[in-house]
Every structure is written in C-alpha cells, then in structure tokens.
Design a protein around this ligand. Structure first.
Ligand code: IPM
Ligand code: MG
Length: 356
C-alpha cells in the first residue's frame, strides 16, 4: 500500500479547524482507495512567531521539502499586526512559496449548482455553468521585488518594484497554455501593458509563445478591464494567466462570483511534483473557534493534492462528489440556506466523509 507523507501547516485563525477536517477526509479517501496518509505538522505564520520568533522556521522548510506534498490552512491575524513587515505571518507564507519554488498558483473559480443563488451575480450573467481557472504567478513581481523606505526633504517615501524576466514569464505562461489545452483552449493573458514596462514584456513574451500552441485562442486584457469583464461577462473566460499581484486581486473577485470564498481551493506548483495546497480564503480570525468556518475549500484543496501531486484521481473525484452531495444536505454559515440545516465546521467535515 502506498503511504504519502504530508506536511501540514495549520497556521492561524480558522486554519487548525479547517485543516483538521481536510486531514480526516484525506484519510477516509485513502481507506477507500487503498493508500495511507501520514501527516506531520510544522509551524507557519503567527503560531510560528509565537513559538519561535519567526513566521517561517527553517525546520518548516525542511519538513515541506522532505514531504510528498504540503497542506496549508491560513495565516495571519490582528495579534501580529504590529510585527515589522518582514516578520509578519504573511511574510512566512511568501517565504514558503519562494523557498519551495512554487511559481504557479492555480485558482479555479467554479459554481456549485446548489450555490447559484449565493452568487451576487444575476443568473443570466452566470449562464449555465461557470468554470474559470486563474493561473497566478506566485514567486515574482512586486511581491518579491526590491522595496524600501527613504526620506527626502523631510518627506518620507516608500516603494515596491514590479519586475519580471522573460524566463519567469515563460514558465508561468507555459502553465497557462498547458492548462488551456486541457480545458476549452482559451487563454486570456492579463496585464497593464498600456502603462507598465514589465507588462509590455509580459505581453510580448506570451505572444511569442502562442506559436507553440496553435490550438489555443490567446487574448489579452488590461487588468482593469478584466476586473470589469469578470462581473459583466464571466462566461467568456476559460483560463486567465497573470502576474502575482493582479492574480491575487482577480482571484478574490472571481471566487466571490462563485458564491462564497469559503468554497474555493488552490494549488501552488513548482518544477517538482510535490506542491502546496491551500484554500483561497484567509484565516478569518473573527470566527476562529466558533465552529462557523467552512472547511470545504480546504477539503477541496486536499482533493487537488490527490489529483496533481499524488496521482490519485479517483480519490480526488470521490472527495469532490462527496462535497457536492454534502451541499444538498446541510450548509455552513457562509452559504446558509433557509431550506437546509446549518452545521458547524466539524459537522460539515463529517458529512463529506459520510459520502465518500
Ligand atoms: C492569497 C493571500 C496572500 C497573498 C496574503 C495573505 C499574503 O491574499 O494567498 O491570496 O497575497 O498572496
Ligand atoms: Mg489574496
């Protein structure tokens, strides 16, 4: 029997509760599909600061590198707001993405049929079905560029730098083209090439690569226009490829179209197979410990791990279809429906496992 070694970074806020449900669900899928899951916990974010003084201890990096894959909850909270920028919980998250070379972040925005009414968009705008994949560059751009502060004539200033090299653009664009080939063969590259030099290089580099993928229909949009198109005509999109910061913003927007950010999973992938899987949402410190958290995004991230890193597609599908069934029977607070009982994070996890 295959045993997978998974590093678990529960993180802060609702992180521990949602990851707990995802771990149990992965174990259950393993029992059914003939593999076992061994979990090893490591510290990241605020909880790591409390225990060790830093948001990303070396031990955590080592633990992730040694594992078959990594599952992450969420990091951050008001408790650590006064940490200097380079020692905030979020710096730990960026640090682990960088240390593991996870340059591609796949963020699917799909609508679960049962949650259509939870979408803020009108039914006619959503159409029959909505299935967008955002491919976000994750280890470059303004998140990792040179930054600093200075003072000139008594006036304090601060700066961050957006910088992309051709090789960085090519490897993320390749992911975009490859994902488009597996889906509806439409790729929209998003930039701000009317203003930014880095975006002009981005656009040209992506265009040059299009010859290698003649079947893919490539379009370009400025990010402001894309933000607008996502709410007025989301059906036009199949795969969107974009930079780190634009992808951060657009993926929150796209996730809300699907009804609740509490439903969306993500995969962060590098050159190797292992990857890191986490929900798109944050640590929601305001509801931590109340049982109100929705574990489904993390459970679905576990399914993505089974598909992309562990090559257990049947188990992945079993989890995904169990989530769909669970939605027919009960809801967590964020996706509450007057017709269905409202359940806690733990109860939702149990319900999903019942359907595996
Ligand atoms: C995300 C988050 C992070 C990001 C934060 C917490 C650093 O918003 O994963 O989208 O900006 O990448
Ligand atoms: Mg974000």
């Amino acid at each position: 029997m295959n045993t997978y070694h998974i590093t678990v970074l529960k993180g802060d806020g609702i992180g521990p509760e949602i990851v707990e449900e995802a771990m149990k669900t992965l174990k259950k899928a393993g029992e059914k599909y003939g593999f076992s899951m061994e979990f090893r916990e490591a510290l990241l974010g605020g909880s790591a600061i409390d225990a060790t003084g830093v948001p990303l201890p070396q031990e955590t990096i080592d633990c992730c590198k040694a594992a078959d894959s990594t599952l992450l909850g969420a990091v951050g909270g008001p408790k650590w707001d006064n940490q200097p920028g380079n020692n905030r919980p979020e710096a730990g998250l960026l640090g682990i993405r960088g240390a593991l070379g996870l340059f591609a972040n796949l963020r699917p925005a799909v609508i679960f049929p049962q949650l259509r009414e939870a979408s803020p968009l009108k039914s006619k705008i959503i159409g029959e079905n909505l299935d967008i994949l955002i491919v976000r560059e994750l280890t470059g751009g303004i998140y990792f560029g040179e930054r600093g502060r200075g003072e000139k004539n008594g006036n304090i200033y601060a700066y961050d730098t957006e910088k992309y090299s051709v090789s960085e653009i090519r490897r993320i664009a390749r992911k975009g083209f490859e994902m488009a080939m597996k889906r509806n063969k439409k790729l929209c590259s998003v930039d701000k090439a009317n203003v930014l030099e880095s975006s002009r290089l981005w656009r040209k580099t992506v265009a040059d690569m299009a010859e290698e993928y003649p079947e893919v229909e490539l379009t370009n949009l400025y990010v402001d226009n894309c933000a607008m198109q996502l709410v007025c005509n989301p059906k036009q999109f199949d795969v969107i490829v974009t930079s780190n910061i634009f992808g951060d913003i657009l993926s929150d927007e796209a996730s809300m179209i699907s009804g609740s950010i509490g439903m969306l999973a993500s995969a962060s992938l590098g050159a190797g197979k292992s990857g890191l899987y986490e929900p798109v949402h944050g640590s929601a410190p305001d509801i931590a410990g109340t049982g109100k958290a929705n574990p489904l995004a993390t459970i679905l991230s576990g399914a993505m791990m089974l598909r992309y890193s562990l090559e257990e597609p049947e188990a992945a599908e079993a989890i995904e279809s169990a989530v769909t069934k669970a939605l027919d029977h009960a809801r967590t607070a964020d996706i509450a429906s007057p017709q269905l009982p409202q359940v806690s994070c733990k109860e939702m996890g149990e319900l999903v496992r019942k359907f595996i």
